[in-house]
Design a protein around this ligand. Structure first.
Ligand code: FEO
Length: 169
């Protein structure tokens, strides 16, 4: 069943937000690369790819339902992070924003009585819990290293070992 015009707009906003999240992660990866933390940069780059996978899931949903997916304006990422800790804190803040947007989308669909979006949105609710937990844990672990350079380098190496995912899966 086709989504209403209002729901189509709401989903398109979410598509745009997922692409924005990808740009934010990509910029954060650059920040880590410029600070010689390649493992963290690599982790953030994979995350940038994963956000494109998220956008693609929403695009596929609109397409499958006979709607028209449209990517909106994506603002340039404004990153003021100047340390590993602030980079991952910025990532956590962005994830919280995305989580709230998914909840809003869920509420909007429920109010409109749109049942067909439920499986997709349930997946995203679970995904956001996982993403927030993962980033929050990294923030806590970076904070634990304090001024311990070798500790930070160990964590960098660990995060760099994250398995590769692509925008196609
Ligand atoms: Fe698509 Fe990290 O939320």
């Amino acid at each position: 069943m086709k989504l209403t015009e209002d729901l189509e707009k709401a989903f398109n906003n979410q598509i745009t937000l997922e692409f924005e999240a990808s740009m934010v992660y990509r910029q954060l990866a650059i920040e880590m690369d410029t600070r010689d933390l390649p493992g963290m940069a690599s982790w953030l780059r994979h995350q940038a790819d994963e956000e494109i996978v998220h956008a693609n899931k929403f695009i596929a949903h609109l397409d499958n339902r006979g709607n028209h997916p449209v990517i909106g304006n994506i603002p340039a990422p404004t990153v003021t992070a100047n340390s590993a800790l602030s980079v991952f804190q910025a990532a956590a803040a962005h994830e919280e924003r995305v989580s709230e947007a998914i909840r809003d989308l869920y509420r909007t669909c429920e109010e409109a009585g749109d049942l067909d979006a439920r499986p997709l949105l349930n997946w995203f609710l679970g995904e956001q819990i996982e993403e927030e937990a993962t980033v929050t844990e990294i923030v806590a672990r970076i904070a634990m290293t304090g001024n311990d350079g070798p500790g930070l380098l160990r964590l960098d190496s660990e995060l760099g070992a994250r398995p590769t995912r692509t925008t196609e899966n």
